[in-house]
Design a protein around this ligand. Sequence first.
Ligand code: 5AD
Length: 347
Amino acid sequence: MKALIDKLRRDGRLRPAEYLRLIELADPSVSEYAARTARAVARERFGGGVFIRGLVEITSFCRNDCLYCGLRRSNTALVRYRLGEEQIAAACRAGHAAGFRTFVLQGGEDPALEDGRVERLVRRLRAEFPDSALTLSLGERSRDAYRRWREAGADRYLLRHEAADAACYARLHPADMSQQRRMACLSTLRELGYQTGAGMMVGAPGQTADDLAADLRFLERFRPEMVGIGPYLPQRQTPLADSPPGSADRTLLLLSLVRLMLPDALIPATTALASLLADGRERGILAGANVVMPNLSPPDVREQYAIYDHKLASGAEAADGLRELAGRLDAIGYRIDYARGDFRADL
Ligand code: 5AD
């Protein structure tokens, strides 16, 4: 098993059956070896620096009905909100003053958030924060929308592929969602020059080790600049409410494998991981992550962005908790890197 990890580090790829073996059979000593190797790779690239991204959850309206997500349209119990341009700009301004140089505008697929409205928002933030990276994470939109937003100044786009195996994707999504369309969106984003993020949940209901191996093969092929990986966490108002959370250990193993495969990638220690484990952020970084995404949304709406239960929204998960974050990083030998932190391929 350790030989497979060394091979992944050396070649950046494994055979399908080898991924599967690692996922199915890794015991704690193998996972620890993967984490140690992955963090050495991250250290070579990024020193002890961890990039911070200010997350603004701009709308909780969503036209989709993903079975796992609390923002699904069938969740009528959820109080929905949409931030106005002023509120979003104010959140970014506070973040900028605190030192953030990347803002991530994330939201459900909100039909009222028209292409032109997002375009104006991006233009405005681009003008107001010329030294900062702008990341969008607004789901599947038309090529024309993606193009307009890119031309308005957006640099990066996060769109998790969710599942590379078609059957796995179909178990987690309603029939009116298409994995092909999602993959086409990812290709379009890449073509338009976005630094592009993909990713998946670990331990989603019905997901097998084979499915995760398929995700790794997809990531190996697509080579996204950013990869978001977090545990599945149940949300009480979804059809999958009774499914147990994904395994933290398996999430960390997958994170390490992706770091070994994509040494230069920007990989967050996700809020989902930090919500599952008290030291999840630290564990993610020690497994090879190099990004954290504190929440810049107005505090009163954070609770309403209820994609899963028990989502952390304060302390080191919040922008006002940067000092706490700095302290936690310091305790494990890391520090906040305040740079924009664009993807850079190895020399
Ligand atoms: N548990 C963990 N992650 C979730 N996401 C959505 N719902 C859940 C959940 N219940 C993830 C999806 C999505 C991202 C915004 O959050 O992967 O792409």
